[in-house]
Design a binder for this molecule. Sequence first.
Ligand SMILES: *Cc1c(COP(=O)(O)O)cnc(C)c1O
Length: 247
Amino acid sequence: MNEASSIASRLAQVQDRIRAAALRAGRAPDAVALLPVSKTFGEEAIREAVRIGIHRFGENKAQEIRSKYAPLADCHIDWVMIGHLQTNKAKDIARMAAEVQSLDRMELAIALDRRLQLEGRAMDALVQVKTSTEPSKYGLPPEELPAFLRRLARETPALRVRGLMTLAINAPSQDAVRACFRTLRELRDQAQNEAIEGVDLSRLSMGMSGDFEIAIEEGSTEVRIGTAIFGGRIYGDDYYWPEGRSS
Ligand SMILES: *Cc1c(COP(=O)(O)O)cnc(C)c1O
């Protein structure tokens, strides 16, 4: 199979599995969106995905969005930042990304907001929450979420809060993985009860190639899928999770 047909067929398989998991969980088959994650994959693979109708891709490094942005400008891609974002990269993300899902601290929110205002635009944002006890995980500590959301509503008007994002623990135990997803949903439900003006928490971005069906059972509205669509990555997983995660 060439690259085009294998990306297309893997994408179709993933979409079938998403729909099946939603139905099993008693949810509408189109209740869960798919965000293909193109990190480490080059122009060719991304163009193949664009040809079969994908126009929104997740990336976990600001430098990688920057290097793909201009060469793929003709594809009109919405780049979604899903990885740890250094504050000094806020400028690139404010300019090039359509959305950020890894908003995890006020310093970053303020830097993004300032840059977005200079660009004259606003951006959808998901707050990344740390739902596992693994020391290497980025994300806001759950107990800080309510105060963080209130500050975003007051101080960063160019960031439109749309929901929460998490990475589950990397563990063989499905129960441990499920507990992370359930925690995110419960945190969302609690925060929603506060009804903070300007804060919409309808989206839950959770689930990756190895655990998305569990995430869907726990209420995910959006799964972020890399390897199950694009194939294995050249870099080992420790390239992304230097402190030991694999996925
Ligand atoms: C790489 C990555 C994914 C996708 O992981 P796969 O296991 O390749 O599906 C999802 N979310 C984040 C934050 C990532 O960095």
